[in-house]
Design a protein around this ligand. Sequence first.
Ligand code: FEO
Length: 179
Amino acid sequence: MKNKVRMRTSLSEEIESLLNDQIKKEAKSSFLYLAMSAWCERQGFVNSARFFEIQSDEERQHMKRIFNHISSVGGNAITPEVVNIQQEFESFRSVFDIALDQEIAITLSISNIVDKCTLAKDYTTINFLNWFLTEQVEEEAIARRCLEIFDIVDHQGLGFLMIDREIALVRGKGSEQQQ
Ligand code: FEO
């Protein structure tokens, strides 16, 4: 029963619960991107497969970052159960459309927690979440750039291969835009 006892902490149960929800959302992002990676691999888009594999690893790191934070401030971090991950996708482009929607949803979710923290005067958690807000600017920029490539290049035959080749370069360019 010891793990059910809540330690004395400045973290409110409401914020703890929102952070645990965020753990689950980051885990879901990680698994979704892994499924996207596998789908791209099956279609022969090896660079995009690698792109989503890296993205999946990053989301897992985000999940762990929140998990460790909850534990280090004396809260109860909950290992998430993640089900119903989309495995099949309508088209190459739709994968990137869904990825951008996912990033926007994550940004809004973190902003919502910051809103709640502001009301609760929980400046410790706001300080912790600022890193995520900065990260989301980059993640959305990368996802938008991927879709831009689809708009620029013809969506057929060799065009798909060009898109896949360009996707391999996006991560570096996305980071440069932030500097
Ligand atoms: Fe961790 Fe891209 O959201």
